[in-house]
Design a protein around this ligand. Structure first.
Ligand code: FPP
Length: 260
C-alpha cells in the first residue's frame, strides 16, 4: 500500500522521475503534434563566453539536431524552427553570410541521419532571396526526404509572417481575377492553404528560448490557438529535458479553443 502511494506521489511530480520514466509518462498523454520553436539567445550564449556571435549560432545548429531527434522519438509529427527571419537581413553582413551557410553545413553533416530516421525536411519562407548555395542545399534535402513519413522538420528560413500573409492575399486576388476562386468561398481553411505552412496543421505548442516574450513576426495566423511556453534557457543550452518540460506543461493546459 505504502509502495503504491509512493509510486503515485512520484508520478505526480515528474521531476522525481528518471528521464526515461518521464518520457514514458509523457507518452501516456497527447503529445503536441506540431511544435514551433523560436530559437533565441545564440548571441548572448556566445557573449557570455567572450566568443564571437557566430559560435553561438554554430552551437545552436548542433542543438537543432538533438531536438529534432528527441521530438521524433517523443512522437511529435512536425517541428517548425525559426532559423532566419525576413528582418534578420539587417544584421552585419558577416553574420548573415554565416547564418546562410548553416543550413548547408547542417544538411551536409546530418542529412544521412535524418534520412535514416525517416525525417522529412521542408522549408517555409521567401526562397527567391536565398543565396544559391543555401537554396541548393535545402532543395537537395527536401528532394531526398520527400517520401519520408516520419517527423516533418520545417525550417522557417527567410520567413516573416506579415510577408507570408501579404503574399497569400496577392495569390488569392490573382486566383479570383482569373476566375479560379469566388470570394464567397474564402474560408479560414482556404486562406490557410495559401500560406507557406500549407499542409501543416497549426502548431499546438510554441516554445521561445532566452527569456524574450514576443512573437517576432512568427506564424501570426497559425498561432491563434497555440499554447505558449517560454524559458530563460538560451538556445545553445536547450536540451531534450527542456523539450520534455515544455511538453509536460502543455499537457497540464486545458485547451478550449474559445469554448467552455
Ligand atoms: C536568434 O538568436 C537566432 C537566430 C537569428 C538564428 C537561429 C539559427 C540557429 C539556431 C541555427 C539554425 C540551424 C540551421 C540548421 C538552419 P540571436 O542571435 O538573436 O541571439 P541574441 O538575442 O542572444 O543575440
Amino acid at each position: 500500500m505504502l509502495r503504491k502511494l509512493q509510486a503515485w506521489k512520484k508520478s505526480q511530480d515528474p521531476k522525481r522521475l528518471s528521464l526515461s520514466e518521464r518520457k514514458e509518462q509523457l507518452k501516456q498523454q497527447p503529445v503536441p503534434e506540431h511544435i514551433a520553436i523560436i530559437m533565441d539567445g545564440n548571441g548572448r550564449w556566445a557573449q557570455k563566453r567572450a566568443l564571437p556571435r557566430m559560435m553561438g549560432h554554430h552551437e545552436g545548429m548542433k542543438v537543432v539536431r538533438q531536438i529534432t531527434k528527441a521530438a521524433n522519438e517523443l512522437g511529435v509529427k512536425a517541428l517548425t524552427l525559426y532559423a532566419f527571419s525576413t528582418e534578420n537581413w539587417k544584421r552585419p553582413k558577416v553574420e548573415v553570410e554565416f547564418l546562410m551557410k548553416l543550413p548547408e553545413e547542417f544538411l551536409t553533416t546530418f542529412l544521412p541521419e535524418l534520412i535514416e530516421e525517416n525525417v522529412q525536411v521542408r522549408i517555409m519562407g521567401e526562397k527567391s532571396e536565398l543565396p544559391a548555395h543555401t537554396l541548393r542545399a535545402v532543395e537537395k534535402a527536401i528532394n531526398e526526404t520527400k517520401e519520408n513519413t516520419g517527423l516533418i522538420l520545417n525550417f522557417a528560413l527567410n520567413y516573416g509572417s506579415r510577408h507570408e500573409i501579404i503574399r497569400a492575399v496577392q495569390s488569392l486576388i490573382k486566383d479570383a481575377e482569373a476566375g479560379k476562386v469566388d470570394s464567397s468561398v474564402i474560408s479560414e481553411e482556404m486562406f490557410s492553404s495559401y500560406l507557406m505552412s500549407s499542409g501543416l496543421q497549426d502548431p499546438d505548442l510554441l516554445i521561445r528560448t532566452s527569456g524574450e516574450l514576443r512573437l517576432s513576426n512568427f506564424m501570426l495566423w497559425q498561432l491563434a490557438y497555440t499554447e505558449f511556453w517560454f524559458t530563460d534557457v538560451l538556445w545553445p543550452d536547450f536540451r531534450e529535458i527542456h523539450l520534455i518540460e515544455a511538453i509536460e506543461a502543455f499537457q497540464t493546459r486545458g485547451r478550449r479553443f474559445g469554448g467552455v
